[in-house]
Design a protein around this ligand. Structure first.
Ligand SMILES: *Cc1c(COP(=O)(O)O)cnc(C)c1O
Length: 384
């Protein structure tokens, strides 16, 4: 079988250098070799989070890291606000409800971002809110929330902690946790971090550590204080995803080699290429340019096509693998992931194969228009 051209918003392709790094001999997580690896990788992660705080490594998917962020800071019966703009925002709602937090849900229509005005209004009648939860980049709709502005609202209007799910964008979108005033920022390995699933990352502010010390919700495997105590020794409380941490060192090599700023700029460029291509093909986009995600673009079903047939054909005929829509968007949109190990050349490839698929279905468009539009964006950006 040929390689799958995986253009999903996670899991995402893994660079060969990272694959090879994961073939490293295994060492015990109590060995000097591991301590060195742990200390080095967690230090080098800091610029991706924009923090001076430690980055804790959990041997888990992103959802467990979200759960850890919630249950370590908030106790049952306390009031929280959850901003949800799509399926992943609803994860925080689900977690908070399960643990008996008193949830005030700010639900925004799918495809829209939460604006600072919306949050200001929502917070006005509320008091003694313990934490505000938000998704930075909503993977189900392809929007990126104005998280810096939302952080400012939370900071000025409340004493609440601001807890952010950055799973589908840290590494592909700017994150300045300390400067913006984010209290907990979480991400996972299999999105923009170019790793297999199974490792998650949590960074915690000093304010949040204080709340964690006074928190009453019990936790064992996801107890962040325990991760913090072990981190002082350069270790994790239990056996971590050692192999993935070897891969992480190689990921950091690649990001440092490209330059962190450049990595972020590449993601923005790919977003603009995809959007220009779709417009030239007469295909609609779910989101406005203003809040369009740099890591994933949500595309409306091309007119007159059955989405299942089209995506199936792209996969079977051209090995191009897109993700479908979630929830009520199923059948109406598909999702083009462009995060992590993805370059402008990959966008040109995917757009070209999309066009081939459109021709096979006799969709009416000017052949090559999408490729040209994407390439024009690419060339104009290069000249600057
Ligand atoms: C993928 C994703 C998650 C969940 O991560 P898992 O590793 O699947 O548990 C949470 N939030 C966002 C925004 C995501 O994209």
């Amino acid at each position: 079988m040929y390689t799958n051209i995986l253009r999903h918003p996670g899991p995402t392709p893994i660079p060969q250098k990272v694959q090879l790094a994961m073939a490293h001999d295994i060492y015990s997580h109590r060995s000097g070799e591991f301590v060195e690896l742990y200390r080095e990788t967690t230090k080098r992660l800091k610029p991706l989070f924009g923090t001076k705080q430690d980055i804790l490594l959990l041997p888990s998917g992103g959802t467990a890291a979200l759960e850890a962020a919630a249950i370590n800071t908030v106790s049952s019966g306390e009031d929280v606000v959850v901003i949800t703009v799509g399926a992943f925002g609803d994860y925080f709602v689900g977690i908070c409800e399960k643990y008996g937090f008193n949830v005030h849900k700010l639900a925004i229509e799918w495809g829209e971002a939460c604006t600072e005005e919306a949050l200001v209004e929502f917070l006005k009648p509320l008091n003694s809110i313990k934490a505000v939860f938000a998704t930075y980049n909503e993977t189900s709709t392809g929007i990126i929330n104005p998280i810096e502005k939302l952080a400012k609202v939370v900071r000025t209007q409340t004493d609440a902690l601001f807890i952010v799910d950055g799973v589908s964008c840290v590494g592909g979108a700017p994150a300045e946790m300390d400067e913006w005033g984010i209290d907990i920022l979480v991400t996972g390995s299999q999105k923009a971090m170019m790793l297999p699933p199974g490792l998650s990352f949590v960074s915690v502010s000093e304010r949040a550590w204080k709340a964690i010390e006074n928190n009453k919700t019990p936790s064992y495997y996801l107890n962040l204080s325990s991760y913090r105590n072990w981190a002082e020794k350069g270790m994790t409380p239990n056996t971590p995803a050692i192999t993935l941490i070897y891969g992480l060192a190689a990921v950091l090599d690649l990001i440092e080699e490209e330059g962190y700023e450049q990595t972020i700029a590449r993601h923005a460029l790919m977003k603009d290429m995809v959007r220009a291509a779709m417009r030239s093909l007469g295909i609609g986009l779910l989101t406005s340019d203003e809040y369009a995600s740099p890591t994933i673009t949500t595309i409306l079903t091309p007119e007159g096509l059955d989405l299942g047939d089209y995506l199936g054909h792209l996969k079977n005929e051209y090995h191009l693998d897109f993700a479908g829509g979630l929830g009520h968007l199923q059948g109406k949109v598909f999702r083009f992931g462009h995060m992590g190990y993805c370059f402008p050349s990959d966008i040109l490839e995917a757009v070209s194969l999309m066009e081939a698929g459109l021709q096979d279905f006799n969709y009416s468009f000017e052949s090559g228009a999408g490729i040209k539009a994407a390439q024009d964006v690419f060339l104009s950006r290069k000249k600057r």
